[in-house]
Design a protein around this ligand. Structure first.
Ligand code: SF4
Ligand code: SF4
Ligand code: SF4
Ligand code: FES
Length: 790
């Protein structure tokens, strides 16, 4: 058989249909080789004993025995050993049915036991964090959990306490303080670690598991939504291990995608349409609400003419919803004004795409980059999957990370060089990359040493492929200027190969000089010699882009990219301008899924005042938001779990969101509400009441979508949407504007490290107001935590 060079034997065997049992091995984690379940005999006189297939790379001409009496007796002994103190309480264990210990006992264990219950060591179960339950007796000490916490999350929040039969996984203090990603629970092969919100909720065989996509941040993790009795009870990463089509995130999910799903069944969900009678909103029928809205909008349009009604959507709504809203504005309302709500500080996608089609980096590109340049964002907080990919690239693939940030990020710990720069100065690093002569000036503007900027420029110039991850702090002409990097710092294969070899060799020497008690720091990869092929996807080749530079814009919401592609904000007034024009040129607003009042923060009073000037306000939302409270009519709409359609992540990959549960109450999908109103206004949007027809139109009309269908996306996973061909760029003009942007940076502003650290870590959770306000998981009640005495 053949396998990619450097692939691990355990994975190569699986690729060719021979599954080797394992506990400690887990794709994407460093080898541990502690459980000895994967032993095989390799026909080589130099190694005359059984070998662990999880640590051995394949080699030319290798002869391997995976099944023999010798191998089977060792595996059976290991299973017996692991069960010696195990309570075998499968009937009451949440993991039963998807437990690897159960499976491997059936597959490789004996049908007898020599250990009696009374002899077993007992460590009682305990809750160790708001989200983690721990039953130590079930542990096989594979350390997947501690490795995932250290290697994927860089948290080191849990560790192994005690030794031998008394081993438990916990924190030294007994209470785990961490970002609650829940991955330690997911990767645990047994029922030792369990998700608190899911404890005793369902058995795996009771669950209907629906592949869908998280709608929290713009990374767009795919996941399996587990439902029981038409209720969403859990989400797990869609893991590519045969359960479903492979997701872009492999086994990764963060706390938001995993635990905040409880808002779907919040008691505060709107169940029926509401209509204003006097000062109060009262429940009404769909028929009355729809007819009333249609006749009022027709009336306002007739009295005030075209462009008197505006449409504002939320960037988390699916493509189909956005497309329907845009078409509704154009065809039914006769209005150019349709935009999705932009926060003040949001990646300027218009500037980014202004000069054509920059190469967009996917998570795979990021995981395989030679150099990662992170500017103006903290993905750890805002795009947790991106943060994971960066950490993984540095640790497993020896990528070099450079950060240029005016906000603190825990990712700085992985950085070859981390520059904390003065607020609003990030543009200067782009100027330094574009023009070597401006390095000193850029450093002065950034508030850092010139030698540090030079070092970053040198690494970027010499690298074979560079992924620039940028957030909203990079603004103005600097965003446009990204498109010039490829021509100014072109790829040079010879220099890049030499620079890469020198960097990796330097790492190796550093690692070799550490002894076993001095664990190498996270960005020194001690395993490069052992595992040459560390990719998250089994048997995959290294994924790189054709261009040297690729970009990952960390847009704010789960479908900011899709909303842009559907043409929201392409013409007419932008959302905030519509608000300003309320009562003057804008007489009515149709708001879909956005809480304009809550988003205004300190300016809520003036937003309320503006909304008060309207003749008519329609809101469709899941909750009676502060904006909905002011509306004349409110429509209840579906959440991501009840809706179906497509969503585009920050890498411009479109993915299919599947309906997991029926609509809560009388809620309807956003696109359907809009189409119904249009119909009552005597305008047929042409969807025939069918979601697939909305997407059919998208495929016909929106650039990059040709040939795609819901079926294809559902079966084949994420597809890249490529924007239209380049318009050409006036390089001199962009550079001039960048120079004047950098010249305007206030160089007297202090670089305040302490303030940056204090401000870190609070942004994402405050953004999804609609969702986070109705999730109990973000502020779990820990008063009921029980820690049983051991
Ligand atoms: S939940 Fe995540 S961060 Fe917390 S201990 Fe587990 S793996 Fe570590
Ligand atoms: S708690 Fe689970 S993942 Fe961690 S060592 Fe024990 S069995 Fe392995
Ligand atoms: S990283 Fe983003 S898309 Fe993935 S689970 Fe977290 S919030 Fe959802
Ligand atoms: S899977 Fe190889 S030793 Fe555990």
């Amino acid at each position: 058989m053949t396998a990619p060079k450097g692939e691990l034997l355990i994975e190569a065997c699986e690729m060719h249909g021979t599954y080797l049992p394992r506990f400690c091995h887990f794709r994407g984690l460093t080898p541990q080789a502690s459980c000895r379940m994967c032993v095989v005999r390799v026909d080589n006189p130099k190694i005359p004993k059984l070998q662990t297939a999880c640590t051995m790379p394949v080699s030319e001409g290798m002869v391997v025995t995976t099944k023999s009496e010798e191998v089977e007796s060792v595996r059976a002994a290991m299973v017996e050993f692991l069960l010696a103190n195990h309570p075998v309480d499968c009937p009451v264990c949440d993991r039963a049915g998807e437990c690897e210990l159960q499976d491997q006992t059936f597959g490789y264990g004996e049908d007898r036991t020599r250990s009696q219950y009374d002899d077993k060591e007992v460590e009682l179960e305990r809750q160790i964090s708001p989200f983690i339950y721990n039953d130590p007796q079930r542990c096989v000490t594979c350390k997947r959990c501690t490795r995932v916490c250290e290697e994927w999350m860089d948290e080191n929040a849990i560790t192994v306490l005690n030794r031998g039969a008394s081993t438990i996984i916990s924190a030294f203090s007994g209470w785990v303080e961490c970002s609650d990603c829940g991955k330690c629970v997911d990767v645990c092969p047994t029922g030792t670690l369990l998700h608190v919100p899911y404890k005793y909720v369902a058995r795996p065989w009771d669950l209907k598991q629906v592949p869908t996509v998280c709608n929290f941040c713009s990374d767009g993790c795919s996941m399996l939504a587990g439902t029981r009795n038409e209720e969403l009870v859990r989400t797990v990463a869609r893991d590519g291990r045969g359960r479903t089509a492979e997701g872009i995130n492999h086994d990764f999910l963060c706390s938001l995608g995993r635990y905040t799903i409880d808002y779907v069944h919040s008691q505060e969900r709107l169940k029926r349409p509401m209509i204003r009678r006097g000062d109060t909103l009262v429940p009404t029928t769909w028929d009355e609400a729809l007819s009333f809205v249609a006749s009022k909008l027709n009336e306002i349009k007739a009295a005030n003419g075209a462009n008197s009604v505006g449409v504002i959507s939320a960037a988390r709504l699916l493509n189909e919803d956005q497309y329907a809203l845009k078409k509704f504005a154009t065809h039914a309302l006769d209005s150019q004004h349709a935009d999705f709500y932009h926060d003040d500080d949001e990646v300027d996608l218009a500037a980014f795409f202004k000069h054509g089609a920059p190469t967009i980096a996917t998570q795979e590109h990021l995981q395989n980059a030679d150099v990662i340049l992170l500017i103006g964002s903290d993905p750890n907080e805002e795009n947790p999957l991106t943060a994971f990919s960066i950490r993984w690239a540095v640790r497993q693939k020896s990528a070099q990370l450079f950060t240029v940030n005016s906000i603190a990020s825990r990712l700085e710990r992985q950085a070859t060089k981390a520059l904390r720069v003065r607020e609003g100065s990030e543009a200067a690093i782009i100027q330094a990359l574009l023009d070597e002569a401006k390095v000193d000036d850029a450093a002065a503007a950034l508030g850092v040493k010139a030698e540090d900027v030079k070092a970053i420029r040198k690494a970027v110039a010499e690298a074979g492929n560079v992924v620039v991850v940028f957030g909203d702090e990079l603004r103005g002409a600097a965003v446009e200027a990204l498109s010039l990097l490829e021509s100014v710092l072109p790829a040079n294969v010879e220099t890049a190969t030499a620079a890469r070899a020198a960097y990796v060799d330097g790492l190796q020497r550093e690692v070799r000089s550490t002894n076993s008690t001095q664990k190498p720091s996270v960005n020194n990869n001690p395993y490069t010699y052992i595992v040459e092929h560390p990719v998250l996807k089994v048997g995959a080749d290294r994924v790189t882009t054709a261009t040297k530079f690729a970009f990952l814009p960390l847009v704010r919401y789960s479908n900011s990219m899709g909303a842009t592609q559907m043409g929201l904000g392409a013409e007419g007034l932008h959302a905030k301008a519509m608000l300003s024009a309320a009562g003057s040129s804008i007489k009515a607003l149709y708001v879909a899924g956005e809480d304009l009042v809550a988003k205004a923060n300190g300016d809520a009073a003036s937003v309320r005042a503006q909304l008060g000037k309207l003749d008519f306000l329609v809101v469709q939302d899941m909750f009676l938001s502060e904006t909905a409270e002011l509306a004349d009519v409110v429509f209840p709409v579906t959440s991501f779990a009840e809706a179906q359609g497509t969503q585009v992540n920050n890498a411009s990959q479109v993915q299919f969101v599947r309906r997991a549960i029926p609509p809560v109450g009388q809620s309807r999908p956003d696109w359907m509400v809009t189409a119904s109103i249009a119909k009552l206004m005597n305008v047929d949007l042409g969807f025939g009441g069918q979601l697939k027809n909305v997407f059919k139109e998208i495929a016909e009309n929106v650039a990059g979508y040709a040939g795609l269908s819901h079926n294809q996306l559902a079966n084949e996973g994420a597809k890249a949407i490529v924007q239209p061909a380049p318009n050409g760029v006036d390089a001199a003009d962009v550079k001039d504007r960048l120079v004047s942007q950098v010249a305007q940076i206030n160089r007297n502003l202090a670089v305040d490290n302490a303030a940056m650290t204090a401000q870190a870590g609070v942004r994402l959770k405050t953004r999804y107001t609609t969702i986070t306000r109705h999730s109990n998981m973000l502020t779990p009640d820990v008063s009921e935590v029980k820690v049983f005495p051991a």
